[in-house]
Design a protein around this ligand. Structure first.
Ligand code: CA
Length: 438
């Protein structure tokens, strides 16, 4: 797979990383293939860190970077193999990968065991992330021990190891213009799928039939897969936060909550919309929906340079809790309700997470000092307040089993928030107009 991101952009990312490293060697392997059952594998998904630096999507490959006076990018990958390619498809092979991916050197993965110890020998620093892939930990430990045993021959193992993922996490937080463009497209495909679902939904369908509309829309626009297991939750199922069965019949009078996004060239979108199965909100549903929507607008408005990470959550909470008070579900001042946490009966999750190559993307939420970090241009976060009402004595029955979440993908721009998923309808009017069948 060649991606919509230019290979030049991946090279630039490597160079930006190399500039941050002290003299040494960085080793970033891709993910292994995983058996699903007997001889069938899960659809292959490359490692996000490896892909971030290469754009290379084949398994059995590893990127080795030499940092120092003469920085170098070296890719080890599978060899060309006509017979295997007849069965399993195209492979670049080291020769084509050299030019196609703008590497300085490429080798067959079969040469790794011979060449990597030589590349590691006498380097000051080893940049690697222990614990991500046990088979790689084992391989590198073996090589390091071997080098240590060779010290009388003048071969030394790297003196220090640093976690390469920590450095990459910081880089991945700020999306480049190329990444932003792909994420915009990923979100717009997912938004079209949500719109399609609203058009399609009617009482009597099953949740999986609506899920199928998403798969269709994702693939027909070139997204490689869903970014995560789609949640298609009718009625009370919406109050199960990670509902995945998607096997119930949709009933007139219920709401349908759909949390679904796609992965395009490695980049995730993550959108939630909630709408009435029959196309018309009941008064109780509308009241809850409008509250969540108001809290979401307030949260999105605080996704700004200079605000801290938790500002959107705090903004959403102020509005939600005031609403819970007005409904008579929570008592006391807004501050005391937040302080006591009694609002968690209706809102028990946070308002967002970083989004990028991973749905819950890399990057710390707090600074080393323990404060919420400040938002910077190029960061992408979800904004997803909700309200989930299980049957309870302190709530009128007309509200029972209403579950609402509204989630958008928001890019921090210098001049304010850019809602990447804005094309997915979310006002009551927009939704009811779209679903009206007359
Ligand atoms: Ca989500």
């Amino acid at each position: 797979m060649m991606t919509n991101i230019s290979i030049q952009a991946f090279k630039q990312t490597r160079l930006r990383l190399l500039q941050q490293l002290s003299p040494g060697i960085a080793i970033i392997p891709t993910a292994p293939e995983v058996v699903r059952n007997r001889d069938s594998h899960y659809p292959y998904r490359f490692d996000s860190y490896f892909y971030y630096l290469t754009g290379f999507t084949e398994p059995e490959s590893v990127l080795v970077l030499i940092a120092g006076k003469q920085p170098k990018s070296i890719l080890f990958c599978r060899e060309k193999n006509l017979e295997k390619e007849i069965w399993d498809g195209f492979r670049y092979g080291p020769e084509a990968a050299l030019t196609s991916f703008e590497m300085d050197e490429t080798y067959s993965i079969h040469e790794l065991d011979r060449l990597l110890p030589e590349l590691m020998a006498n380097q000051q620093n080893l940049y690697y992330s222990w614990g991500a892939y046990p088979q790689w930990d084992e391989k590198l430990t073996g090589m390091i021990n071997h080098l240590r045993s060779q010290s009388r021959l003048g071969m030394h193992a790297p003196a220090q190891t640093q976690d390469i993922y920590q450095i990459l996490d910081e880089m991945r937080l700020i999306k480049s213009a190329d990444e932003q463009a792909v994420m915009r497209r990923s979100a717009s495909i997912a938004a079209m799928a949500h719109q399609r679902a609203m058009n399609f939904t009617r009482p009597g369908l099953f949740e999986y039939e609506v899920e199928a509309e998403f798969l269709h829309e994702f693939r027909r626009h070139g997204a490689q897969s869903p970014a995560y297991g789609s949640i298609v939750a009718g009625g009370a199922n919406a109050c199960t936060l990670h509902y995945h069965a998607n096997n119930c019949e949709l009933k007139s009078g219920d709401l349908l909550l759909i949390d679904a996004g796609c992965e395009l060239d490695g980049y995730a979108s993550d959108i939630t919309r909630t709408f009435p199965v029959n196309g018309k909100f009941s008064p109780a549903q509308k009241a809850v929906y409008e509250l969540v929507l108001a809290s979401q607008y307030a949260a999105i408005d605080s996704v700004r340079v200079g605000q801290h990470w938790n500002a959107p959550h705090e903004a959403a909470l102020q509005i939600l809790v005031q609403g819970f008070k007005d409904f008579g579900w929570c008592h006391g001042s807004v501050e005391s309700i937040i302080e006591s946490g009694s609002y968690r009966q209706f809102y028990m999750h946070r308002t967002g997470h970083w989004l990028g190559l991973d749905v819950h993307d890399a990057g710390e939420y707090k600074t080393a000092a323990g404060d919420w970090r400040n938002l910077e241009a190029g960061m992408v976060t979800t904004v997803e307040p909700g309200c989930y009402i299980r049957p309870a004595d302190n709530v009128a029955e007309e509200f029972w089993n209403i579950g609402v979440r509204i989630e958008d993908d928001v890019l921090v721009q210098q001049n304010g928030p850019e809602v990447l998923s804005a094309a997915a309808p979310k006002s009551v009017q927009q939704i009811e107009d779209l679903m009206r069948n007359d």
